[in-house]
Ligand binder design. Structure first.
Ligand SMILES: Nc1ncnc2c1ncn2[C@@H]1O[C@H](COP(=O)(O)OP(=O)(O)O)[C@@H](O)[C@H]1O
Ligand SMILES: [Mg+2]
Length: 329
């Protein structure tokens, strides 16, 4: 595998709340090689957005990094001060595409006004004096029709899909090396989602980017990502090239998650139980209370991630066992 642009290792994050300390991320590993699109998949509440916030340095005030590193381009972002994060990383070296295109644009300002304001802060110095011209080029690249006029319009004049394209252009306007997208197509209809995913793939190649793409949907991963990392209740449970993971999921959580996907012929009645509260998370492997093949040892220690063949890694020593009573693929 080529050198990683971003590598998260053993990341643990807790948040102090009124009901106690929640260990939101307990052990997260992730590598994004240059030029790759890496998906992070897991059910809602598994810690995906917390991981994104940790990378961007925008964790809530009561959250802290307890362990681990977030190495981007040779520097540990988990230990970089806020001023450097703001000046050199967030919105410049790393561009962010938010989830909701309806909330992310300010309704009272023209699109051009707000995008040019962002560029004043974050665009590379050599773009000075060319912001408007660059922005028009970017809007063309993300296929917003009539870019010159689009800059004069207000957000409500655009459809959801068009607004998401504007936000992608905004993320690119700082000439990032890494794009992070947190469920950016969830608010879009299926056809628009397909178009935006294709656009993202093309842009990653055209602009020589790497991308971290967060989703709860394996269908999206299959369309977009080179490799994928599965996270459950704040623990990385499996990581593999996309095809390998979809064809041969190893961790019981990944197997169940894939079996539940609507594209699959197998229709299990979902995964039993739900993602646990992270104030008192299960011990050991956090999936053990919902796992069909768990044994006592699973509740004692978190199994380490072990490499299988073909860059496929899994944190479950029992991954080769069949589920009892299920015709599992
Ligand atoms: N500021 C916070 N304070 C306390 N708990 C939080 C906070 N933000 C997120 N959480 C908890 O962290 C867990 C993971 O949340 P999140 O990272 O948003 O998951 P995902 O994006 O996968 O849905 C959830 O249990 C959520 O309730
Ligand atoms: Mg989220």
């Amino acid at each position: 595998m080529s050198e990683a642009l971003l590598r998260v290792s053993g990341l643990a994050i807790s948040v102090a709340g009124d009901d106690g300390v929640a260990g939101i991320l307990e052990h997260v590993d992730l590598a994004i090689p240059k030029g790759h699109i890496v998906g992070v998949v897991g059910e809602s509440g598994c810690g995906k957005s917390t991981l994104v916030k940790a990378i961007l340095g925008i964790l809530p005030p009561r959250a802290r990094v307890d362990a681990g590193t977030i190495v981007f381009d040779g520097r540990d972002l988990a230990r970089l001060d806020e001023e450097a994060m703001q000046r050199e990383i967030r919105g410049s070296a790393i561009g962010f595409i938010p989830q909701d295109p309806f909330l992310a644009l300010n309704p009272v300002f023209r699109v051009g006004t707000q995008m040019l304001e962002t560029m004043r802060w974050h665009a590379p110095p050599q773009w000075k004096g060319q912001h408007r011209q660059r922005l028009v080029q970017l809007l063309r690249a993300v296929q917003v029709p009539d870019p010159e006029r689009a800059l004069e319009r207000y957000p409500h004049e655009f459809s959801g899909g068009q607004r998401q394209r504007l936000l992608i252009a905004a993320a690119l306007s700082c000439q990032p090396r890494l794009l992070i997208a947190d469920e950016p197509t969830t608010a879009l209809d299926v056809t628009t989602q397909r178009q935006v995913l294709k656009l993202l793939r093309d842009l990653v190649a055209e602009f020589d980017l790497s991308m971290l793409f967060v989703t709860h949907d394996f269908g999206v991963v299959a369309q977009l990502c080179d490799s994928v990392s599965v996270i459950y209740a704040g623990q990385t449970v499996e990581a593999a090239p996309t095809r390998s993971l979809i064809d041969n999921p190893a961790h019981p959580y990944a197997r169940l998650l894939l079996a539940c996907h609507p594209d699959r012929a197998v229709d299990l009645a979902g995964i039993p139980g739900s993602v646990p509260s992270l104030i008192e998370p299960p011990s050991g492997c956090r999936f053990h209370p919902r796992c069909p093949i768990a044994v006592t040892a699973c509740a004692v220690t978190r199994p380490p991630i072990v490499e299988l063949a073909g860059a496929h890694a899994v944190a479950c020593p029992r991954h080769e066992l069949a589920f009892p009573g299920a015709g599992d693929a």
